[in-house]
Write a protein that binds this ligand. Structure first.
Ligand code: ADP
Ligand code: MG
Ligand code: MG
Length: 883
């Protein structure tokens, strides 16, 4: 079996297409090597080996080890160095790399192959003993942490103690002898802690490190990350074993990271940071403050430390040329890692760069303008749900604001919340429904769960590529990093800003777009949906087949939805109108009436209210289709519950409280979800449906007169299981239509249809379609009735089901394609057989869920309908489904 793929020396066995085998890092190292870019030679142990490792009691296949040793011999030939050699030793980096990028979640070991002999040889060979000892202490620390399981902190403590003893501020000030002493202290500490010596045999080091990288696949933070990002746990990680190059070889050496375009704004300019005489994660770890790659970046950050452009002009121009080449080759913005060893540039990683939605939008649109990608490709480049970020509020520039500190604008949008200082506090507060701002000196992968629930994140240290910045951008959470003019006092639970001190629980606002931290809660404004957003959405609209409507019950919803591009209303739940203001009283009068005459009297009072609501709604939606659903919920939802409420209502209705109580009791149902609701109400009390139909028709006539364009009326009968139910209700509506038409002298056009939300309706769709002119899939109820799971009670066991692997997704969030989906398919097919022009849509929660929308496209629905804020997401998802 082929366990190992080699790369280097201008060729490679794999390519960027082999991500599933080699992991992202390995596949792209192979691709860069094939492109002839300067990549240190190495090899990738395939991700499948990770599964083998766990299946075989955490051991490594001998066949794989032999293949590794063979490639190692080739690497020795290529580099003119020898692994474990006492002259010119070859050192290795052992790096994780999974199929999906999981930044910082798993482990890397650098400088592997050093021991008490090879460290001497390395120093001698480089003519720099300090460098050799610096590398050795780094190796011991990483190995100690990743392989031996010791905390970083125990190493850091030793180092910090030594530094203060010697009077040094920075690592770079330590001499060879001082580092050598630290190496001794590290080794002694390992002996004390583990009762064993630091391993001197490079091969032992290598196999242990490979095994540790495999093991890191199941560490807690990696598991959390995968769960949050829905990455399968059985993919495993590949391991990349690569020759080391050294950014810590003096002042002509450096290490850095860059984005080929600005990951926050999307601007087409190289964006990155580097550190002279440093290695590996120094840049992102915030040990020293990194310097800008470009002069432009340096000026923008107001730093007086020289840029790489200034310091190393030749390497810089080689680097920018490579970045351009990579971007052209991958046809996307890249996030790269590199090292300069004594003036020679080495590329260590490239991948599609994570970016804010705003940046993604700008990059996609710019790349279309540059002729790099097509409009359709641009549409596929944006993750639909990420549009949420753009729809988030920003700080209103007109309001007065008290800036208490500032840092780098790492992730856009603004949010307010109570200060918490730990991830645990964030989670606890969020669970109580409070909004929090997570304030940290810097974040680490252990903070992920707290970051996830925070409204915003603030750190006082770190750059634009720091952990906090990368993660927040990925999650779409406003974030400011490196707020150096603020101080966190963890011991006393204080955040100290410009002349003010805040305690845990105090409210601040984080403006991730400007980098400002503001006192208290401030007014926000909705974002402009123009420019790049509008262009991209126009391309999406061109590409999609399905139309996108909204679920809107109020004029406010309807207006918002139209501004987001809704092309009609797919569901107006009329009952919501009855809860407003004094209407609930009239509604209760109607429900509690003893007979039809009493009901009609109350309905006469409700009619003008509904009519005026509908008139407003139809005016906003002039010319567009509007689906109105007749009264659906069980009546007792409207009734008074508490003693006091009952008394109040009884008085208003001139009834005895006792009598009222008995009426309320009589309306009690054991299982209201399956009780007296939906079309069953209209059949028991046709006068309710008649009133609603009249309100709708009269409003339609009035709005048409006012706006000059009528809405396309669709009246929807809920919870139909039998064709005869629909027939009965439809004949009531038809009769009212004829009456209103006669009274107003206007022709009334409308479609009568039904929701498909019962399995019986789906199965009998061909018969129901003889009456129904449209179907709207009410997938909330259809999911409830298909599974026999009440949505309101599902929270008690669905999470357990997910944890135990019984189901993968909550079927109320992501449509159950196999069961509920098949019913939809059956209903669509059978319905259209009877009535080829039957209009089909979906109006459940799933109408705004991208994977469900893809399913709807496959079934050939005419439209999806979702809540107003999800309309842009649905437009984009519908386009992607059609492309
Ligand atoms: P991550 O997936 O966390 O980014 P990497 O495998 O990229 O981990 O390793 C982290 C850092 O270690 C790299 O950014 C680079 O600076 C350093 N590194 C990795 N491999 C080498 C190498 N062959 N030579 C020098 N430095 C390396
Ligand atoms: Mg790392
Ligand atoms: Mg990396």
């Amino acid at each position: 079996k082929k366990w190992v793929y080699r790369f280097g020396g201008g060729k490679a066995e794999g390519s960027a297409a082999d991500v599933a085998i080699l992991g992202g890092k390995g596949a792209n190292l192979a691709e860069m090597a094939s492109l002839g870019l300067p990549v240190p030679p190495g090899m990738t142990v395939i991700a499948e080996c990770c599964g083998w490792y766990f299946a075989n009691g955490r051991s490594l296949p001998d066949e794989m080890k032999n293949q590794v040793l063979d490639v190692l011999a080739e690497m020795e030939a290529l580099t003119g160095r020898k692994f474990g050699g006492t002259t010119k030793p070859l050192l290795l980096s052992v790096r994780s790399g999974a199929r999906a990028s999981m930044p910082g979640m798993m482990d890397t070991v650098l400088n592997l192959g050093l021991n008490d002999q090879t460290v001497q040889a390395l120093g001698h060979d480089a003519g720099d003993a300090r460098f050799a000892w610096d590398s050795y202490r780094r190796f011991i620390q990483m190995y100690g942490n990743v392989v031996l399981g010791l905390d970083h902190e125990v190493f850091e403590e030793i180092l910090e103690d030594e530094k203060s003893r010697l009077g040094h501020d920075y690592d770079t000030e330590l001499s060879a002898v001082e580092w050598q002493h630290i190496v001794d202290l590290y080794k002694q500490m390992i002996r004390d802690e583990l009762d064993e010596d630091f391993p001197q045999d490079p091969q032992v080091q290598l196999w242990k490190a490979v095994a540790a990288v495999f093991s890191s696949w199941t560490n807690a933070r990696a598991v959390t990350y995968r769960t949050l990002h829905r990455i399968p746990h059985d993919w495993g990680t590949a391991v990349n074993i690569q020759a080391m190059v050294f950014g810590n070889l003096g002042s002509s050496s450096a290490t850095g990271v860059a984005f080929t375009r600005n990951p926050s704004t999307g601007e087409k300019s190289l964006y990155g940071e580097f550190l002279i005489n440093a290695q590996g994660e120094d840049v992102v770890a915030g040990i020293r403050t990194p310097q800008s790659l470009t002069e432009e970046g340096r000026l923008a950050s107001g730093s007086d430390k020289p840029s790489m452009e200034k310091l190393m002009p030749e390497v810089f121009s080689e680097f920018t040329a490579i970045c351009r080449r990579l971007e052209a080759h991958y046809r996307d913005m890249q996030d790269v890692e590199f090292t300069v060893e004594r003036g020679t540039l080495w590329m260590l990683q490239t991948r599609s760069g994570k970016r804010t939605t705003r940046a993604a939008m700008k990059i996609a649109v710019d790349m279309v303008d540059e002729g790099v990608i097509t409009e359709a490709e641009a549409v596929t480049r944006i993750e639909p749900t990420s549009l949420d970020q753009l729809l988030h509020p920003t700080v209103d520039p007109r309001v007065e604001r008290v800036v208490i500190g500032s840092g780098l604008p790492a992730s856009p949008g603004a949010a307010s919340g109570e200060i918490v200082f730990t991830a645990e506090d964030a989670v606890a507060a969020e669970a109580e429904g409070r909004k929090v701002v997570l304030v940290r000196i810097e974040t680490s992968p252990e903070d992920i769960h707290g970051m996830h629930v925070a409204e915003a994140i603030l750190t006082t240290r770190g750059g634009m590529t720091s952990h906090a910045a990368v993660v927040a951008r990925g999650m779409g959470i406003p974030c400011v990093v490196g707020a150096g003019n603020m101080r966190v006092d963890l011991r006393n639970g204080l955040l100290i800003g410009a002349g003010v001190t805040f305690r845990r629980g105090d409210i601040v606002t984080v403006d991730g777009s400007s980098g400002h931290i503001l006192k208290g809660e401030v007014a926000m404004i909705q974002p402009e949906l123009s420019g790049d957003f509008a262009r991209l959405m126009a391309w999406a609209d061109k590409a999609r087949r399905m139309t996108v409507r909204t679920n809107a019950d109020t004029p406010t919803d309807a207006r918002a939805a139209r501004s987001f591009g809704a092309e009609g209303i797919g569901l107006c739940r009329t009952e919501h109108m009855f809860f407003e203001g004094g209407r609930i009283h009239v509604m209760r009068e109607m429900i509690l009436a003893e007979d039809e005459a009493g009901r009609r009297a109350a309905l006469d009072k409700l009619l003008p209210m509904q009519r005026s609501d509908f008139t407003e709604l139809f005016t906003i939606m002039s010319g567009l289709p509007v689906t109105i659903r007749l009264l659906d919920p069980p009546l007792h939802e409207f009734l008074p519950k508490t003693e006091a409420e009952i008394e109040e209502v009884a008085e208003a209705m001139n009834m005895e409280p006792g009598q009222l109580s008995r009426r309320v009791e009589a309306l009690h149902e054991f299982n209201p979800m399956l009780g007296h609701r939906g079309c069953r109400l209209a059949i028991s009390y046709p006068e309710i449906a008649e009133m609603q139909a009249r309100a709708i028709f009269e409003a339609s006539a009035a709005a048409a007169k006012a706006t000059g364009a009528a809405v396309e009326l669709e009246i929807m009968v809920p919870l139909v299981g039998l064709r005869s139910e629909l027939d009965y209700v439809k004949s009531c509506i038809d009769q009212v239509a004829a009456e209103v038409s006669k009274e107003t002298g206007m022709a009334i056009g409308y479609l009568a249809g039904t929701m498909i939300e019962l399995p019986r309706a789906a199965i009998r769709a061909h018969v129901i379609a003889e009456t129904a002119e449209f179907f709207s899939f009410g997938t909330n109820d259809l999911t409830q009735t298909t599974f026999g799971i009440s949505r309101d009670d599902a929270a008690a066991f669905i999470p357990t089901y997910q944890r135990k692997g019984i189901i993968e997704h909550d079927p109320f969030i992501s449509l159950d394609f196999d069961g509920v989906g098949e019913l939809i398919q059956i209903a669509a097919e059978r319905g259209r057989k009877t009535r080829p022009d039957l209009k089909l849509g979906i109006c459940g929660e799933h109408g705004g869920d991208p994977t469900s929308i893809r399913f709807c496209e496959g079934v050939g629905l005419d439209y999806v309908s979702c809540s107003p804020f999800r309309v842009p997401i649905a437009r984009l998802a519908a386009a992607q489904a059609a492309i």
